[in-house]
Ligand binder design. Structure first.
Ligand code: NAD
Length: 497
């Protein structure tokens, strides 16, 4: 029988009583790595109750002690980075280097959470009226929940619980059922770092468990990262139940290539940003917008695409790994077929990709389309595979109009040698994260991850100052201390202080 993952409730790893076990497979082989429980209703209730009870004491723990927990956690994550990355590679198929990056980008958020005191500072003004001062405190909300996707099983859980907990909240994490082993290891290390019981719970499952979190009265805020339809469901349901919600959803990211850009940088960036992680990144570049004469570079781009191939996580020659599941692979293949039927030119077709020695992997080879137009499914849909769609336009204005017409707004980049073109693009583009000669502009944790439009529902974004605002309430105090020297006044019947 495969190993069965436990739940973490009130500081104990417990065996679930569920009858529903979800197999977790290695996407390069289909071997079953373990099974994750679909937590029962009772177990969900226990997890939320434990978080609620722990909040009463955790919120009173001094901020510097909470910060020190994050320092110890950051050190443990660093010490175990390669071991976590190996688990992550097994269940996602990511190459080892890419898996280490997934862990590292999470470690950086834990590191930022150790700065929590300065992030929680309020505001003060003395003498707002005679002898009266006003100041604000930043206080935690209570129990927060995180629901995470398969594609960054270390980074995205770490976007959420370290900052929420450092801010004084307690947390219930429901990671993707497709790769729950990595989050399991992350929470083991959090306990090892000294997290008190109940501060963090780990539950597993799918829609039913998510819906419990979205509707339970003791959950105060919900952080979600995943696909558009689920993100919309989560945002609607959570806000309908009067909770705060921040929902990061799907994307279709464009890279605009001006004719004055450095050709080699453009080509290398396009290959890495479209096919890295098998295209399964919310910030992947899936559309290349060639402006004017830059379209002449497509032949060389094709040669570079043809030079890379997927493979096993520990194959140093592999550029990327498999799709996460046979269903995900099938979806990518269906979209490639549809692209051809709708009239795009498929310069390189990865549909029949095989990898020696791994006949059962969910492989898709690098795929390159030209003559793509906005009405085609391959342009409209998030393919989430190693597929790049090339579009040609005549001017920067036309490129801007195309990108701004997209319902998504997660990331975009422009490659150019012109400061004026770059300035115009960064200013006018309706996308939340912009790279200038940088293909995937994911901000480091002292900023926030600021997707826009259909890629994000909510207002305060992930990590950085915005996340601290999301996970806290502001309390504003106006105070006066009576002094014998100040003559007592009579009742004040007006609104003035
Ligand atoms: P998904 O929406 O299928 O799953 C995300 C989470 O929601 C999982 O924990 C899953 O168990 C849960 N879930 C699935 N169906 C549900 C339902 N019907 N009701 C309630 N919960 C449900 O997403 P995925 O396939 O795991 O992840 C890939 C998607 O995530 C892509 O669209 C990608 O763009 C997006 N993503 C976005 C960002 C971002 O920052 N904008 C980052 C990473 C991934």
């Amino acid at each position: 029988m495969p190993h069965r993952l436990p739940l973490l409730i009130n500081g104990e790893f417990v065996a679930s009583q569920t009858r529903e076990w979800i197999p977790v497979t290695n996407p390069a082989t289909q071997a079953i790595l373990c099974e994750a429980p679909a937590a029962t209703a009772d177990e969900m209730a226990q997890a939320i109750a434990a978080a609620k009870a722990a909040f009463e004491s955790w919120k009173e723990v001094p901020v510097s002690e909470r910060a020190r927990l994050m320092l110890r956690y950051q050190a443990l994550l660093k010490e175990h980075q390669e071991e976590i990355a190996e688990i992550l590679s097994q269940e996602t198929g990511k190459t080892f280097e890419d898996a280490k990056g997934d862990v590292w980008r999470g470690i950086e958020v834990a590191e930022q959470a150790a700065n929590i005191a300065s992030l929680m500072m309020g505001e003060t003004v003395e003498n707002v009226a005679r002898s009266i001062d006003t100041y604000s405190w930043t206080q935690p909300l209570g129990v927060c929940a995180g629901i995470t996707p398969f594609n960054f099983p270390a980074m995205i859980p770490l976007w959420m619980f370290p900052l929420a907990i450092a801010a004084g909240n307690t947390f219930v994490l429901k990671p993707s059922e497709q790769d729950p082993m990595t989050p399991n290891r992350l929470v083991e290390l959090f306990l090892q770092a000294g997290a008190p019981p109940g501060v963090l719970q780990l539950v597993h499952g799918g829609k039913e468990q998510v819906d419990t979190l979205l509707t339970h009265p003791d959950i105060k805020a919900v952080s979600f990262v995943g696909s558009v339809p689920v993100g919309q469901h989560v945002y609607r349901t959570a806000t309908d139940h009067m909770k705060r919600a921040q929902c990061f959803a799907g994307a279709k990211n464009h890279m605009v290539i001006m004719p004055d850009a450095n050709k080699n940088q453009v080509i290398n960036s396009l290959v890495g940003a479209s096919c890295g992680a098998a295209g399964q990144r919310c910030m992947a570049i899936s559309v290349a917008v060639f402006v004017g004469d830059s379209k002449a570079w497509v032949d060389e781009l094709k040669d570079e695409f043809a030079n890379i191939r997927p493979g096993a996580w520990n194959d140093p020659q592999a550029a990327y790994g498999p799709q996460i599941s046979p269903q995900a692979k099938q979806r990518v293949l269906t979209l490639i077929k549809q692209g051809k039927e709708e009239g795009a030119t498929c310069l390189l077709d990865g549909s029949d990709c095989t990898v020696e020695g791994l006949p059962d992997g969910n492989w898709v080879g690098p795929t390159l389309f030209t003559d793509v137009t906005p009405d085609m499914a391959i342009y409209r849909e998030e393919i989430f595979g190693p597929v790049l769609c090339c579009v040609t336009v005549d001017s920067l204005e036309e490129a801007l109009a195309l990108v701004n017409n997209s319902p998504y707004g997660n990331g975009t980049s422009i490659f150019t040698a012109s400061g004026a073109a770059a300035r115009k693009y960064q200013h006018e583009v309706e996308v939340g994260q912009v790279g200038i000669n940088v293909p995937i502009p994911v901000p480091l944790p002292f900023f926030s991850f600021t997707g826009w439009k259909g890629s994000f529902y909510g207002d305060q974004h992930a990590y950085g100052k915005q996340a601290v605002r999301f996970y806290t309430e502001t309390k504003t105090v106006t105070s006066r201390w009576f002094d014998d020297d100040i003559p007592a006044s009579g009742p004040n019947m007006s609104i003035h202080l």
